[in-house]
Design a protein around this ligand. Structure first.
Ligand SMILES: [Zn+2]
Length: 408
């Protein structure tokens, strides 16, 4: 057993076991269907000493992130979120051609493009070779690497310290959490700031979002755990925003402790208080999570069995990683879901990991006219409902399973 990623304690309690599952992003080609697939345990643990929720690392980041099927630019709502974020921060922190923006896990340059457009020097750090290549092709300078102390020190030597660092939806993917944060503190200019987004554990538990648990997500954060980790590296979380992205995320703003320009905002204390009031610093808060997940599974299976008995046809929308956790945990294969559609060309023609459901382009739905479309990435529900509204013409309906079964 490995120690707690935040405090080093070995006092870890199991909160929820999702059984065994393949890596959520390892889509299979038709040829690979002949081969066995590796399955790994998927068990959420809670540190009884610091209350950080986490998975043990059973798959190294090298195996997961060096070739990656997720290109951020494929989601229009996500691009819009990125554009607004860039405009807001450029104004708020007076970023200009004399400042440097570094983004960690910069994906295909979906965010940095909006800074570059305004003449601000940018540098992306992205470990997935294929995704980094897409960014470079777009003209976004990108280092193909994992973020760590060695890379931070190299950038410092090259005089590339940052005024503004962005690290969105990457903190959960980092096995060496303290190394990652220490590297951030080293590359930050004395007056610099960093901003990070991550799904809020508070929402994951309250909204029963157990499908956001997969092997790539090693850690699940509350604000109090994040504050503790950053404090250990001379950094302070001076502001926080609650966002609706990914089912409920936090965006934190971080500066060096000794940077007196930024006082701790009352918003930080408000979120900390909310977490305390909810009981997140007690193990009781996490106790019913497994029962709630099991209820979601039973309700979804009951619905699908019933629909099948009635001769109805069900398909899925969005071959998202979280969908793969749900499908594997529930044991749903082509017996219940005929196929899944996805806008990502890289996924079309492949099969979902473990459950081996074929993936097609969204046009397939208009040809086949299924009765039910199960939306797997429920965080994009509104966008998908709008895009696929034509299913109502033949009486088709949408379905989401989380936080509870909803037909609409
Ligand atoms: Zn701990």
């Amino acid at each position: 057993m490995s120690p707690c990623r935040c405090c080093g304690s070995f006092n870890l309690l199991e909160v929820l076991s999702l059984g065994v599952s393949p890596l959520a992003n390892s889509y299979l080609t038709p040829e690979e269907l002949q081969n066995p697939e590796p399955f790994y345990p998927l068990d959420l643990k809670l540190c009884a000493d610091c209350y950080m929720a986490q998975l043990e690392v059973c798959v190294s980041p090298n195996e997961i992130f060096t070739e990656y099927a997720y290109f951020s630019s494929w989601s229009t709502s996500w691009l819009e979120h990125a554009r607004q974020f860039a405009e807001k921060t450029i104004a708020q922190f007076a970023l200009n051609q004399n400042t440097r923006v570094i983004e960690i896990a910069s994906n295909d340059g979906y965010l940095l493009q909006y800074f570059k457009e305004r003449g601000i020097p940018v540098l992306g750090i992205e470990p997935a070779t294929n995704v980094a290549a897409a960014a470079i092709e777009k003209g976004i300078p990108t280092v193909t690497a994992f973020w760590n102390l060695e890379l931070a020190d190299t950038l410092v030597q090259q005089d590339k310290k940052a005024d503004f660092i962005v690290a969105n939806n990457v903190l959960a993917h980092v096995p060496d959490l303290h190394g990652f944060v220490e590297a951030l503190s080293r590359v930050m200019k004395p007056e610099g700031i960093a901003t990070l987004e991550f799904p809020h554990l508070y929402q994951m538990i309250n909204q029963c979002q157990f499908d956001t648990i997969y092997h790539e997500h090693y850690s699940y954060f509350s604000l109090f755990v994040v504050c503790r980790v950053f404090a250990a590296h001379g950094l302070k979380v001076f502001d926080v925003e609650e966002l609706s992205t990914h089912g409920g995320s936090l965006r934190i703003y971080v500066a060096l402790d000794r940077n007196s320009r930024y006082e701790i905002s009352p918003r930080v204390n408000r979120v900390l208080q909310k977490e305390r009031d909810a009981g997140m610093m007690t193990s009781a808060y996490y106790r019913d999570f497994a029962k709630k997940a099991s209820k979601v599974k039973r309700d979804l299976l009951t619905f699908l069995i019933d629909a099948k008995e009635k001769g109805k046809r069900c398909v899925g929308y969005g071959a998202a990683a979280k969908g793969n956790t749900l499908l594997n945990y529930c044991g749903i294969r082509t017996d219940f879901i005929e196929y899944v559609v996805d806008r990502s060309i890289a996924k079309q023609g492949k099969f979902t990991p473990g459950t081996r459901i074929p993936i097609f382009s969204p046009e397939r739905i208009a040809e086949g006219k299924p009765d039910y479309v199960l939306i797997l990435p429920w965080n994009l529900r509104e966008e998908i409902e709008e895009q696929m509204g034509h299913i109502r013409k033949w009486g088709g309906r949408f379905l989401t399973a989380i936080p509870k079964l909803t037909v609409f």
